[in-house]
Design a protein around this ligand. Structure first.
Ligand code: SOE
Length: 375
């Protein structure tokens, strides 16, 4: 059976997922057959050319006409269009893959997660970095107890695309449209990855309390193609301290102003028996230090028995950022075909959103916030 896919959004994430769907027949022939059927957007002219470029057979300008007419709905639009179309699709029993963060607000994420519970179809949160082979290898090592008891967890996501004050205003700089800035756009990835790697009760457990700090460095930006400016109403950067259920300590930060860092999502974990370090800018590598080592060793995670690698190329023929979307799409579509849950689901999206909301609230209050007190 061929799954007919409807996709809302055709820019950055539309391209990443359309490319991923196009790769599946060659590299993951056991994936369900998929037809990129309808591409949804508001601008009809841009939509037609995007549909041609991304391999879709139809276009639509209203998601309401699509969500109950396809086998799978991908919500790849800006954050402010995540809630309603995803809930409508789930109410029509259409499986949904929604880009991160789940919603601009905690309230929206709660409504989406509730709709996913009520629906009996997969509802995925597109945290693609869970599908990096090196990250999955790190999870295998952690769950095998190779690092021992977890003491420190550190995650930072550094970019520099907004350090120029003349970089134009966009939906990502507006609280109404995005919900938050670096906190939601980048922090959601880091929170999800830490939950994926050390969230088990016998590692660090869930995040229980946070202390947060948000900062906006440039508070208005030019509007592209216009001589007016608009206010920036979100954070340009955030930092946070976390306490996990086991007492493990976490340190998080993200910035859009970290000059020289382009897409530097770095995770460091220190345990009683060792440490590991991963950076997205060197995503085929995992740095590892175990009992008795004097320093880190760098492992190239591209062997045939490393997660997903045998589907691609021989050892050392490295993978890239786009491959994480292929792995994510493969697992999501298989979950649909086999009628089972997909992780990360909307519950994971909501769990990340709760941490983000607590960090934001802590910044507002100037004190630590217990997640259990978020209501
Ligand atoms: C921000 O520039 C961004 O595109 C995020 O929105 C993505 O989620 C991240 O994977 C790369 O950076």
């Amino acid at each position: 059976m061929t799954l007919e896919v409807g996709v809302l959004g055709y820019r950055f994430m539309g391209k990443a997922h359309a490319n991923a769907l196009a790769r599946l027949p060659t590299f993951f022939p056991d994936a369900p057959d998929v037809e990129r059927r309808v591409l949804v957007g508001r601008d009809e002219d841009a939509l037609e050319s995007a549909a041609d470029r991304l391999g879709f057979t139809e276009v639509a300008t209203d998601w309401r006409d699509v969500v109950d007419d396809v086998d799978v709905f991908y919500n790849l639009g800006p954050n402010h269009v995540h809630v309603e179309p995803s809930i409508a699709a789930l109410k029509a029993d259409t499986p949904v893959l929604c880009e991160k963060p789940l919603a601009p607000t905690l309230e929206g994420a709660e409504r989406m997660a509730a709709a996913a519970v009520a629906a009996d179809v997969p509802a995925g949160a597109a945290f693609n970095y869970r599908f990096v082979p090196a990250i999955q290898h790190a999870k295998e090592l952690l769950e095998a107890g190779e690092l021992g008891d977890i003491h420190h967890v550190r995650g930072r996501y550094l970019q520099d695309w907004l350090v120029d004050p003349d970089e134009p205003w966009s939906w990502r700089t507006d609280e109404e449209l995005a919900g938050s800035g670096a906190l939601g756009d980048l922090g959601s990835h880091t929170v999800d990855l830490l939950r994926f790697l050390v969230g088990d009760d016998d590692l660090a457990g869930e995040i229980e309390r946070v202390s947060g700090h948000l900062q906006t460095f440039v508070d208005e930006r030019p509007v592209a193609g216009d001589d007016e400016t608009r206010p920036v109403t979100v954070d340009d950067a955030y930092s946070a301290q976390l306490e996990f259920a086991t007492g493990a300590m976490g340190t998080l930060e993200a910035s859009r102003f970290a000059r020289g860092h382009k897409n530097d999502h770095t995770i460091e974990i220190h345990g009683s028996a060792g440490s590991l370090r991963f950076s997205l800018e060197r995503l085929n590598e995992l740095e590892l230090l175990r009992e008795g080592d004097r320093g880190y060793e760098t492992i190239l995670v591209t062997d045939a028995d490393d997660p997903y690698v045998d589907r691609w190329w021989p050892p050392g023929h490295v993978l890239g950022w786009e491959h994480t979307f292929v792995h994510e799409n493969y697992e999501f579509l298989r979950a649909i075909d086999e009628d089972r849950a997909f992780e990360p689901g909307f519950a994971d999206g909501l769990a990340a959103q709760r941490v983000l909301a607590a960090i934001d609230l802590s910044d507002t209050r100037g004190e630590w916030v217990e997640l259990s007190r978020l209501g």
